[in-house]
Design a protein around this ligand. Structure first.
Ligand SMILES: *Cc1c(COP(=O)(O)O)cnc(C)c1O
Length: 374
C-alpha cells in the first residue's frame, strides 16, 4: 500500500500542468534516487548548502547562489537581503524595518501566483511601491521613482502571470537602476533559461525548483556575493520559516544536473509523442473536438485544445467537473473554460494515461446527461 492509499488520498491523472495544487512536478527516477540517498545520511548542512549554492551559481553564470524552499521564499529572501544588507539587528527586526525600505514593482508585475507577490515583499521587510498602471509603466516614471529616498530595490517579475506588454523591459530597468544605485531583483520562478537574467545584469534572481526544472519543492537565488550572503543570513530570522532540508537540496541538484545534460531534445520529443497519441485518441471520441495549440510563452510545448460538440449532449463545464470528480480524477487546464475550451498539457502525463483519459471521456459522454446529477 502506498502512503497515499493509507491516507485514503486518490492520485490524479494530471493533464493540467505542473501546478502546485497538483503537487508540482513528478520526479525523474534519478532525482528520487538522489533524495533517497541524501535522506539516509547525516551531513553538515552548512557545508551542503554552500556546495549546492556554488553549483546553482555556476549553472547560472552568477557569482554566488543559495538554495531556498521555492521561488516565493526566494522573493522574501531577496527582499530581506536588500533591506538588511546582512545587518544582525535589522535581520532580527524583520518583517519590521526602519526607515521604510521601498521596493518598486511595476504595476503589471504585481501578480498572484497562488499568493500575492506583494505579501512576499512585505515579509522580507519591504514596502511595495507600485509604479505605473496595469497596462503601462513608463521608463520616465520609473526613473523618477528610483531616485526618490528610501528605495532599497526594484523587483522585476518575469512570468506568464505578469502583463506581457506596456512594462519597462529588464535591460532598461537594469540601466535605470544602475544610474540610481538600486539593486535589481528578478523573480524568474517558472523560467527555463538559467543564464539570461544574470547576463542582463540582475543583482539577484530567484527560480523555482519544482516548475521548469522538474525538481522537488525547492528553489534557489543566484547573484551578487554580498547579497547572497545577506539571503543566507536570514536563516537566523524570517528565513527559518522557509527552511530547506538535505533531501530537497539533493533533489534540486540532481534535477539541475539532468536539466542540463542534453535532455532537452528528448524531453521535447516525449512531449510531442504524448500530444500526438492524445490527439489520435480523442479524435476518435464522438462529442469532442480537438486541435493543437502552441505555447503562449513560446516554449517548445504543443498542447491540445478540447471543446464539446452538440453530439456530447453535455456542456464543457459539466464534462470538466465529471472528469475531476470521477475515478480516476482527471485534471485539465481550465484557463479558457469561459471561452469554450480547455487545454490538455502533455508534460505531466504518462503515455499509459492517454488511453485512460480517452476511455473516461467516452464513458462520461456515453452516459449522456444522467451523469450531471452528482
Ligand atoms: C510559481 C511562482 C512563484 C512561487 O514559486 P514557488 O517555487 O512555488 O514558491 C513565484 N513567482 C512566480 C511568478 C511564480 O509563477
Amino acid at each position: 500500500m502506498t502512503v497515499y492509499e493509507r491516507l485514503g488520498v486518490t492520485p490524479v491523472v494530471n493533464a493540467a500542468g505542473r501546478l502546485t495544487a497538483l503537487g508540482g512536478a513528478v520526479l525523474d527516477r534519478a532525482v528520487i534516487g538522489a533524495m533517497a540517498e541524501a535522506a539516509g545520511v547525516h551531513v553538515d548542512l552548512a557545508e551542503l548548502k554552500q556546495a549546492a549554492g556554488r553549483y546553482c551559481a555556476a549553472r547560472c553564470g552568477a557569482d554566488a547562489g543559495y538554495v531556498t524552499g521555492g521561488a516565493a521564499a526566494g522573493v522574501v529572501l531577496m527582499t530581506a537581503a536588500v533591506v538588511t544588507r546582512g545587518d544582525a539587528a535589522a535581520i532580527a527586526d524583520l518583517p519590521a524595518s526602519t526607515p521604510p525600505n521601498r521596493i518598486l514593482v511595476q504595476q503589471g508585475h504585481l501578480v498572484d501566483f497562488g499568493a500575492p507577490i506583494a505579501q512576499m515583499v512585505r515579509i522580507g521587510g519591504g514596502v511595495v511601491v507600485p509604479v505605473g498602471a496595469t497596462n503601462l509603466t513608463s521608463g520616465a516614471e520609473l526613473r523618477a521613482r528610483l531616485h526618490e529616498p528610501d528605495v532599497s530595490g526594484i523587483l522585476y517579475v518575469q512570468s506568464h502571470h505578469a502583463a506581457q506588454k506596456g512594462t519597462v523591459t529588464l535591460p532598461e530597468v537594469v540601466e535605470l537602476a544602475r544610474g540610481a544605485g538600486v539593486p535589481v531583483l528578478v523573480d524568474a520562478a517558472a523560467e527555463e533559461d538559467l543564464t539570461r537574467f544574470t547576463r542582463l545584469g540582475a543583482d539577484l534572481v530567484a527560480y523555482s525548483g519544482g516548475k521548469a526544472l522538474e525538481g522537488p519543492t525547492s528553489g534557489f537565488v543566484v547573484g551578487r556575493r554580498d547579497l547572497i550572503e545577506a539571503c543566507a543570513a536570514q536563516e537566523s530570522g524570517v528565513g527559518r520559516a522557509m527552511k530547506v532540508g538535505k533531501e530537497a537540496i539533493a533533489g534540486l541538484i540532481a534535477a539541475l544536473e539532468r536539466y542540463g545534460a542534453g535532455e532537452a531534445a528528448g524531453i521535447a520529443a516525449r512531449r510531442h509523442a504524448i500530444t500526438d497519441a492524445l490527439r489520435t485518441e480523442l479524435e476518435g471520441v464522438e462529442g469532442v473536438a480537438v486541435s493543437e495549440e502552441a505555447d503562449e510563452a513560446g516554449r517548445d510545448i504543443v498542447r491540445l485544445r478540447l471543446s464539446v460538440t452538440p453530439a456530447a449532449g453535455m456542456d464543457l463545464p459539466s464534462l470538466v467537473r465529471e472528469l475531476r470528480g470521477g475515478t480516476p480524477p482527471i485534471a485539465v487546464r481550465t484557463h479558457h473554460l469561459g471561452e469554450g475550451w480547455v487545454t490538455l498539457d502533455p508534460r505531466p502525463l504518462e503515455p499509459a494515461q492517454v488511453g485512460v483519459i480517452g476511455a473516461r471521456i467516452r464513458q462520461i459522454l456515453g452516459t449522456g446527461t444522467q451523469g450531471r446529477d452528482n
